[in-house]
Ligand binder design. Structure first.
Ligand code: ADP
Ligand code: MG
Length: 249
């Protein structure tokens, strides 16, 4: 196999605050390949967000290291959190344009790329809507478009559908699958949903309770392209059981 996009080796993060040292993650190692979709599952407080912050270059490791293409360099990342955090005074399309404007791209590029992205997430008809007029699921799709518009090396998603109702969440899973199938950006996504992780990912990493350690690194061997109905296959159900048994959510 070719060189991984990201190699995480013996990563540890310890926070020292007023009450003393708090070990958030300990000795985490894994790699992420080009175009790979990795999901991270684990109980609350197991250091999932901490791991994403290290991958994004927002937090320095206390021990171990993260390498990008084998080098000590920080990749270009797109980040999406539980809440879309759109700017309320900008329309949907203007929100997507923002990273390109900040990067100083030409007006032509900004227009073309942002229009392609809003089309990709299926919200072309809502270009001129303001965030307050979008549903939670739509707002998250705009946030995903905004994260992808700069063509990041990796897309980092931290419980992106955690605030949505169950049915919208399922639809968003299918929607993200479709988007990923057309861009093939490498993804690391934190989720609490086992079926969501199985539908989407090539591999699932399960973290233990704090300090977060890898207790399972499981390839998701389901064939692609995947459709919603894959949930009913015996292979899916078997993997679901393996994950459920490994985890203490
Ligand atoms: P998760 O996303 O899995 O719920 P987090 O990565 O947010 O977990 O947090 C892991 C642990 O690290 C928690 O106990 C949390 O309170 C602690 N923690 C996270 N960020 C900080 C920080 N900046 N300072 C001190 N402790 C922190
Ligand atoms: Mg978190």
């Amino acid at each position: 196999m070719n060189e991984p996009l990201i190699t995480v080796s013996h990563l540890g993060v310890t926070f020292d605050d007023a009450s003393g040292d708090l070990e958030a993650i300990d000795d985490i190692s894994f790699s992420l390949h080009d175009q790979e979709f990795l999901c991270v599952l684990g109980p609350s407080g197991s250091g999932k967000s901490t791991l994403l912050r290290v991958l994004a270059g927002l937090l320095a490791p206390s021990t171990g290291e993260v390498r990008f293409h084998g080098q000590n360099r920080i990749p270009k990342v797109g980040l999406v959190f539980q809440h879309a955090n759109l700017m309320p005074w900008r329309t949907a399309i203007e929100n997507i344009k923002l990273p390109l404007e900040l990067a100083g791209e030409s007006e032509e590029t900004i227009k073309a790329e942002s229009e392609a992205m809003i089309d990709l997430v299926g919200l072309k008809d809502f270009s001129l809507s303001y965030p307050d007029d979008l549903s939670g699921g739509m707002a998250q799709r705009i946030a995903i478009a905004r994260a992808l518009v700069q063509k990041p090396d990796i897309l980092l998603l931290d419980e992106p559908f955690g605030a949505l109702d169950a049915l919208t969440r399922e639809r968003m899973g299918t929607e993200l699958l479709r988007i990923w199938q057309s861009t093939h950006t490498a993804v690391v996504m934190v989720t609490h949903s086992i079926p969501e992780a199985l539908l989407l990912s090539d591999r699932v990493l399960v973290l233990s309770a704090r300090p977060g350690r890898v207790i399972l690194d499981m390839p998701v061997t389901l064939p692609r392209p995947r459709q919603e109905q894959i949930r009913y296959s015996t292979e899916f159900i078997d993997l679901e059981r393996t994950l459920r048994e490994s985890i203490q959510l």
